[in-house]
Design a protein around this ligand. Structure first.
Ligand code: DGL
Length: 261
């Protein structure tokens, strides 16, 4: 499983809770975060490099792209080029969003890269649901999470400005289309109001991982115990351990460095 940094830990948490028998290798590419403002071809190259590393060096049986920006840029390429199943966050998130709305007005927030790619517009359209979709990019949110600053006046002021389009569209369900954003849920909810359901793709993606592992016969047998969790960072490993443990929980007791050639 990989992300540009801490965001994918929201998906890691959900997978670890739903599938406690599965081994997990999580890679946060904190040395090259943020992905959101980068051109799609560059993010695609990063995603391919990481996924190849996962398969070649860590012998993973499936890859979860726990990053919307990377999934928007590279899911098709990864699916074509890897010999193992690849699971993204966008389709599961879009399905959960449609299931959550009552007034048929829905919103998606994400990075500039994700929203600009049109991936969510296509994913929501593919569900054939009759909904009005409003999308908004939220540049700056990821940086707050990476600094470990998930509440406070500064992030609230930014949220009020960036969430204005989805507030004005009167959505009743808002998809956090960046895996970092669930860590800002309190601030986002304060700005959106209690009547707006915040949808995170993490749980839905974990269910998708279970479906894929079951369907391909790759699921690890229940009760055999000893599932290991490894965490890798391409940036400051001590920082990754400190903030990562605060965000994910005690399982992140140690992180390893990974370097790109
Ligand atoms: N967590 C990533 C996502 O879901 C993006 C973060 C970034 O901009 O690096 O899009």
């Amino acid at each position: 499983m990989f992300d540009s940094g801490f965001g994918g830990l929201t998906v890691a948490r959900a997978v670890m809770d739903l599938l406690p028998d599965e081994h997990l290798v999580y890679l946060g590419d904190t040395g090259r975060y943020p992905y959101g403002p980068r051109p799609q071809p560059e993010v695609r190259d990063f995603a391919l490099e990481i996924a190849d590393t996962m398969v070649d060096r860590f012998d993973v049986k499936a890859v979860v792209v726990a990053c919307n920006t990377a999934a928007a840029a590279a899911l098709d390429t990864l699916t074509e080029s890897l010999a193992v199943p690849v699971i993204g966050v966008i389709e599961p998130g879009a399905r959960a969003l449609i299931a959550a709305t009552r007034n048929r007005r829905v919103g998606v927030i994400g990075t500039v890269g994700t929203i600009g790619s049109g991936a969510y517009q296509r994913a929501v359209e593919a569900t054939n649901a009759q909904v009005d979709l409003t999308c908004a990019a939220c540049p700056g949110f990821v940086e707050f999470v990476e600094r470990g600053e998930t509440t406070g006046d500064q992030v609230t002021v930014l949220a009020e400005r960036l969430l204005a389009p989805v507030c004005d569209a009167d959505v009743d369900a808002l998809l956090l289309g960046c895996t970092h954003y669930p860590y800002l849920a309190r601030t986002i909810s304060d700005v959106m109001g209690r009547n707006v359901v915040l949808v995170s793709s993490a749980d839905e993606t974990a269910f998708e991982v279970r479906v894929v592992l079951d369907a391909t016969g790759l699921a690890r047998k229940g009760g055999c115990g000893g599932a290991t969790h490894r965490f890798l960072s391409s940036g400051d490993v001590a920082w990754f351990e400190e903030i990562g443990r605060r965000l994910l929980g005690p399982e992140l007791d140690h992180a390893e460095a990974i370097e790109w050639a």
